[in-house]
Design a protein around this ligand. Structure first.
Ligand code: PLP
Length: 404
């Protein structure tokens, strides 16, 4: 296998020309953008800008065509049946909220249950919690071990006839755990339970095939896969999308409007009320082109190697404890240092041009589970190198000595 050349890839990311010394290890929060994505955004605004769908003139027709081509491209990339399964949203959060509100709530009743896992991001927790609260249903949490692995035995037992939805993250943004989502989808669907997979941390680096998985919903954000902020995707099975009422109302999502009544456009248009982030869609299309030109097995091998290398070097630092040590884990490494608060660790690292994230990572229940206020998290992407991992480990050693 040829392997990835992170330094060559790094040259495709303009931000690193402005910050040549920066070790950017906060990719789980957002990734940097390759030149082709930045240029696609600029080119759209410079040469192509017009509102879509309603314009008769050439610019608008071309903008519409570009926009819809991205929908088709993403459908193909995700293994969806067609573009009609792809809803443009503002991100993972918006996609999950839409499913909770428009799909789940109308079919949720008092006494029903919704299953999530102990390692969900708040975006894949609160929308379900709110739906349960409004309907008198119960939010049930699949437990995990101290290593950050789901208890699959408990999960199987929780799959009762009362469960109306399962929502699970493919990769934990805090622990790095890769969950066995395909197995979970199969087990849930055998009981007729629809499944949403949160792909925020997986879409960039894992081969996703929603069609082969048979998953009901899959949500992700463009900005975590080298694309723009403010744009994301909700994949939904056709029959579900047709059964769902829109959550936002306005222009571009209707068939016929009178003062008495409105009929809605078919999906996905009915979920895209108002002027959407058109340039963001174009930029997301470019990000998908960027990812598709990479060798996916090489990307996965590179990230796995970086994650393992980081864990091996950090494990040698006295007083450093990993938070999340799942057997199957991605290139996200969370840890705490004895005596040093995660925010202090991140501040010290920042002074050495190493960008990491510190805090609860929008997963407060995980912090409660481990009895800690937060972690320091290093998360890697295709442009990161072993040398950056070594810099991180060397600085952590210094920090640990300082606080000892
Ligand atoms: N789910 C997971 C696992 C995440 O890591 C994140 C963001 O960090 C989200 C959901 C929310 O994504 P966004 O803020 O782009 O909507």
């Amino acid at each position: 296998m040829p392997g990835l050349a992170p330094l060559e890839i790094r040259q495709q990311f303009p931000l690193f020309f402005h910050h040549p010394e920066l070790a950017y290890l906060d990719n789980a929060a957002t990734t940097q953008k390759p030149r082709m994505v930045v240029e696609a955004l600029t080119a759209f605004y410079e040469k192509q800008n017009a509102n879509i769908h309603r314009g008769i003139y050439g610019l608008s027709a071309r903008a519409t065509q570009q926009y819809e081509q991205v929908r088709a491209k993403i459908a193909e990339w995700l293994g969806a049946a067609g573009p009609g399964n792809i809803v443009f949203t503002s991100g993972t959060t918006a996609g999950i909220n839409l499913v909770a509100r428009s799909f789940l709530e109308p079919r949720l009743h008092a006494g029903d249950e919704v299953l999530i896992t102990a390692m969900e991001h708040h975006a894949n927790l609160i929308p379900w919690q709110m739906a349960c609260r409004r309907k008198g249903a119960k939010l049930c949490v699949i437990p995990m071990s101290r290593a950050g692995e789901l208890d699959m035995g408990a999960f199987r037992e929780m799959l009762s006839g009362r469960v109306k939805m399962l929502a699970v993250t493919q990769v934990s943004n805090t622990l790095g755990t890769i969950n066995p989502v395909e197995e979970m989808i199969g087990l849930a669907q055998r009981k007729g339970i629809p499944v949403l997979v949160d792909g925020a941390q997986s879409a960039a680096h894992f081969a996703v095939n929603v069609g082969a998985w048979g998953v009901d919903f899959f949500a992700f954000s463009g900005h975590k896969l080298y694309g723009p902020t403010g744009i994301g995707i909700l994949y939904g099975k056709e029959e579900h999308l047709y059964a769902m009422e829109p959550a936002n109302f306005g222009g571009d999502m209707v068939r016929n409007v009178t003062f008495e009544e409105t009929t809605f456009a078919p999906p996905p248009q009915r979920f895209e009320a108002g002027t959407t982030h058109i340039a963001g869609v174009i930029g997301l299309g470019s990000a998908v082109d960027f990812i598709r030109q990479l060798d996916t097995p090489a990307v996965q091998a590179h990230l796995k190697e970086l994650g393992q290398y980081a864990r091996a070097l950090l494990a040698e630092i006295p007083g450093l404890h990993f938070v999340g040590e799942a057997h199957q884990s991605s290139a996200i490494v969370s840890f705490v240092l004895d005596k040093a608060h995660p925010h202090d660790v991140a501040t010290f690292l920042s002074a050495e041009n190493i960008a990491v994230r510190a805090g609860h990572h929008c997963t407060q229940p995980i912090m409660d589970f481990f009895g800690i206020p937060g972690t320091t998290r290093a998360s890697f992407a295709i442009y990161n190198s072993r040398e950056e991992v070594e810099r991180l480990a060397a600085q952590l050693r210094e920090i640990q000595k300082f606080f000892a």
